[in-house]
Design a protein around this ligand. Structure first.
Ligand SMILES: [Zn+2]
Length: 93
């Protein structure tokens, strides 16, 4: 059975195959990346695969990205989230 997770933006519950997983890489700099195979451990949030940018903006407004990643308040600019998403998308194509 496919696991079900909730989108941090619109709070829709979907199977993980319909979601994009954003993970915080805890190397020297805390950096956000899209986890493509979903197997890496760590703090992460999920966004709808259909429209991740839209849900990222909503999650950012409601601060659920910051809560989901357990970051400091104001920890991540929306631009970083969007650039991680567009980077992952360009790799898929
Ligand atoms: Zn969503």
């Amino acid at each position: 059975m496919t696991p079900v997770r909730m989108c941090a933006g619109c709070r829709t519950r979907r199977s993980t195959s319909d979601l994009v997983r954003l993970r915080l890489q805890s190397d020297a700099h805390e950096r956000l990346a899209v986890d493509t195979d979903g197997s890496l451990p760590g703090r992460s949030v999920y966004l709808c695969r259909e429209h991740p940018e839209e849900c990222a903006a909503r999650a950012h407004r409601s601060r659920s990205i910051i809560r989901g990643l357990r970051m400091m308040e104001g920890g991540i600019p929306l631009e970083s989230v969007l650039s991680a998403l567009s980077h992952a998308r360009s790799k898929e194509e």
